[in-house]
Design a binder for this molecule. Structure first.
Ligand code: SAM
Length: 179
């Protein structure tokens, strides 16, 4: 997957118009594949909080963001996204290929906690492998069908499928929007 694929997976979940200086959070953002896609979709003036426990990945991401999207205000935070520091109210959250590190029995509680950070009608976009069978690299993935249930249990009223792509790894990757 390249930058266009990342943009395409998120684009239908981004509001139009995007609002004034939107504030988004990317959890488990790594080197920033989807943070950069968010930056492109939301544009200059956007504030993106980007959380990962891997400091070196965040440093790579900062360099790329400064080079490619200097008008976006990126704030990287080295933290565990299941135990976030205080953040301002968010317009949206992206969780791309990161929630599959959370054990299924904890997932609804973690999602409910993240939902508390969102403004009313705030958006939660998940990108995940479309399977419920994990492996040593992707321990606890959840299919779209499972995500519909998890999101509802966490308090989201509506979930819809945004896009999907074939993946050499675990068959398919999907994106979904919950509000
Ligand atoms: C597979 S990578 C995905 C990176 C990026 N979102 C993407 O899709 O390219 C998963 C990332 O989640 C981070 N991660 C996993 N569990 C985490 C946690 N509890 N708190 C913070 N970061 C976490 C890892 O450090 C890693 O950078």
């Amino acid at each position: 997957m390249d930058h266009k694929d990342h943009v395409d997976l998120l684009s239908a979940g981004i509001p139009a118009p995007r609002g004034t200086e939107p504030v988004w959070l990317d959890i488990g953002s790594g080197t920033g594949a989807f943070t950069l896609a968010l930056a492109e979709l939301l544009g200059p003036g956007t504030h993106i909080y980007s959380v990962d426990r891997d400091r070196s990945a965040l440093a790579i991401q900062e360099r790329e963001m400064n080079r490619r999207f200097p008008g976006v205000k990126l704030q990287t935070i080295v933290a565990d996204f299941t135990d976030l520091p205080d953040l301002p109210q968010l317009d949206g959250i992206v969780a791309a290929n990161s929630l599959h590190f959370v054990r299924r029995e904890r997932l609804t509680t973690v999602i409910s906690g993240l939902k508390q950070c969102l403004a009313p009608n705030g958006r939660f976009i998940v990108v995940e492998y479309n399977t419920d069978t994990g492996n040593q690299w992707v321990p606890y993935p959840f299919s779209y069908a499972s995500w519909v249930q998890i999101a509802a249990q966490a308090g989201f009223a509506h979930t819809k499928l945004l896009a999907h792509r074939p993946s050499r790894f675990l068959g398919e990757i999907y994106s979904a929007l919950s509000v």
